[in-house]
Design a binder for this molecule. Structure first.
Ligand code: GLU
Ligand code: ZN
Length: 292
């Protein structure tokens, strides 16, 4: 297998120093292994994606000295593939419809018998209000369009035989661990819970699309920020449920601004474009983010 890394931005804003770090790392790691560096445009959120942002991403990455094979994969062209995977999981009874609002979830999670509400990667851990009972069998009908579908993590755990899932970490997990990292199901159930896997507006979700795309592109190594560690756990579970290979993950430090705050897309002041306008070179950017 050819060593393959990727950078997968969403065209919803300008790239900032944190993106530059992930992209350059992915590019350099592929080069070091004589492998491939791929670019993927994560534009499933059509309400926020803009062609102008996409054009700027290509331009900024080329300016940083990166190159990638054409054509690039675009998630908006792969909705049928995501739908097919949703249908597969639905038929196996691993998904259930849920129209709870954020407020419903907050209220249910705050009920006295629930203890302190836990916060997971997508907000409050879902308290299970709409989760079907053990006797529930998925209907023969196709998954309901236009309704959010949650992944039933308890059924997922059972479907995978309750065995611990493991991935290889070449960076550092949240607690600094590297090497073979084993995920305990207790933590998944308690801290992640039944995440939404299909959102009505996009008929998929970030988690499902990423897993299917990484497999379709033959990605063997995913460099990403430590803020995505919980997402990696979800991806690991989905890879096993969908019988897809698990890449190696390299969680890297986050690039922070001068006040120590994590950089977000809306921090235009730190966008690559702004540095370019101010006369910085690509080498200056590498130095700023601590890369040789
Ligand atoms: N589109 C995601 C982002 O911009 C990709 C991150 C990933 O899956 O590694 O954060
Ligand atoms: Zn619900």
């Amino acid at each position: 297998m050819i060593p393959t890394t990727r950078f997968a931005p969403s065209p919803t804003g300008p790239l900032h120093l944190g993106h530059a770090y992930s992209a350059i790392l992915a590019h350099d790691m592929a080069a070091a292994q004589k492998g491939r560096f791929l670019l993927r445009i994560e534009d499933i959120d059509q309400s926020r994606s803009r062609p102008a942002w996409e054009a700027q991403i290509f331009d900024d990455l080329a300016w940083l000295g990166l190159s990638w094979p054409q054509p690039v994969m675009r998630q908006s062209a792969r909705i049928n593939i995501y739908q097919a995977a949703i249908t597969r999981l639905w038929r196996r009874g691993l998904l259930y419809p849920c129209t709870c609002t954020r407020r419903d979830i907050a209220a249910a999670a705050a009920a006295p018998q629930e203890g302190a509400p836990l916060v997971g990667p997508d907000g409050t851990v879902y308290p299970g209000t709409c989760r079907p009972g053990p006797a529930w069998c998925p209907p023969i009908s196709p998954p309901p369009a236009g309704t959010p579908l949650r992944l039933d993590m308890r059924r997922a755990e059972a479907a995978l035989g309750h065995r611990n899932l493991t991935f290889n970490e070449t960076g550092a997990a949240l607690d600094g661990r590297s090497g073979a990292i084993s995920i305990a199901w207790d933590e998944v159930q308690g801290a992640i819970g039944d995440i939404v896997l299909a959102r009505p507006a996009m008929a998929t979700s970030y988690h499902l699309s990423v897993v299917l795309d990484d497999a379709a592109q033959g990605i063997t190594l995913v460099p990403r920020g430590t803020d995505l560690f919980d997402a990696t756990v979800i991806h690991l579970i989905l890879q096993h449920l969908l019988e897809l290979p698990t890449p190696v993950y390299h969680h890297h430090r986050l690039i922070r601004d001068d006040t120590g705050k994590r950089l977000a897309k809306r921090d235009d002041a730190r966008s690559i474009r702004t540095y370019r306008h101010d006369g910085a070179t690509a080498q200056d950017i590498r130095r700023l983010i601590g890369l040789p």
